[in-house]
Design a protein around this ligand. Structure first.
Ligand code: PRP
Length: 207
């Protein structure tokens, strides 16, 4: 059995559709039940339903052989896994955003609210900009509204959340999409199965 870690939530909907198209239908999702592990004996696959941010943790620690995870999480956590392919779904951008009309004071330390601490640090290190990170776990857009931070570093998909909170993108610095990843040991021992899955996913992607 190949264990595959799948993200619950927004990205999950697109992932399940793509897997179904590739011949790896996941019954648990259709039932929308609370089961966290589902097996398909016929396909030889066990599906693990996990938080999007935990997919790479399961794969790196060999609790799952493969997984589907956003590039944002890979950039942030830098897991020691193989990134086998870009699935072309879950597309969004990593951005810096600020309240409309914001102008930066280059002489002051920039206060950055984000859940992507490493991504934000790397981004500003490259620009040699002095920053203070304020780590939040969600609803990042509240940071500048309440004066907690000057800007935010976050993913933007439709832009609706920014718009609804009177924020705008001031830098769009990295396109993000979902990736098919594999545990390094699993890839050695189950290369046929994993390559078969990757090939089927590639065919769905190509349309
Ligand atoms: C993400 C992100 C933004 C929002 C962007 O949050 O942090 O808040 O989606 O999407 P949009 O451009 O389509 O509006 P998520 O929904 O994952 O929830 P969170 O605030 O709990 O992180």
């Amino acid at each position: 059995m190949i264990n595959i870690a799948l993200p619950k939530g927004r990205l999950g909907d697109q992932v399940y559709e793509m897997l179904a198209g590739a011949g790896y239908e996941c019954e648990a999702y259709k039932d929308k039940d609370r089961k966290l592990i589902v097996e398909s004996e016929e396909k030889g696959v066990r599906y693990l339903m996990v938080k999007p941010g935990d997919v790479a943790v399961y794969v790196e620690h060999h609790a799952a052989d493969v997984g589907i995870v956003g590039k944002d999480i890979i950039m942030e956590t830098r897991p020691d896994v193989y990134e086998l392919m870009d699935l072309g779904i879950g597309k969004c951008r990593m951005c810096v955003a600020a309240p409309k009309g914001y102008t930066e004071d280059p002489d002051r330390t920039l206060r950055v609210a984000t859940k992507y601490v490493n991504v934000a640090k790397d981004h500003y290190l490259e620009k040699n900009r002095d920053i203070e990170i304020i780590k939040l776990n969600g609803s990042i857009e509240l940071g500048p509204i309440l004066g907690l931070s000057d800007v935010i570093v976050d993913i933007v998909e439709t832009g609706n959340t920014l718009k609804a909170n009177d924020l705008e993108i001031i830098e769009d610095f990295k396109p993000i999409s979902a990736r098919f990843i594999a545990n390094k040991t699993s890839f050695k021992f189950y290369s046929d199965e994993i390559n078969r899955m990757a090939k089927a996913l590639r065919e769905v992607k190509a349309g």
